[in-house]
Write a new protein. Structure first.
Length: 92
């Protein structure tokens, strides 16, 4: 399994619709709106590197409103067993 994080700059008025379009693409597991130099981050999980290439260059790049992408390929995962706990920081 190949996991990648696809960082995107998008046309801001279309942020929500682009996020929905991304979620409809096979291989995209999650999409987050983020603060910082990028607008959206998509988490992709595919079987092979070739599938990641097709996902980014043919499917994501084909969406109107995406201005630029940067792809980070994960080598290894380090996580707690319950990933939901990562989002509970500060809650009692």
């Amino acid at each position: 399994m190949v996991t990648a994080f696809i960082l995107m700059n998008v046309e801001r008025p279309r942020l929500r619709s682009i996020a929905d379009d991304l979620l409809a693409i096979e291989g995209i597991a999650e999409v987050y709106s983020v603060a910082g130099p990028f607008d959206l981050v998509a988490v992709a999980r595919v079987g092979k590197h070739e599938a990641l290439n097709d996902l980014v260059t043919e499917h994501i790049a084909a969406l109107d409103g995406i201005d630029a992408t940067e792809t980070l390929i994960a080598f290894r995962s380090f996580a707690k067993k319950d990933l939901g706990l990562l989002w509970d920081i500060g809650e009692s």
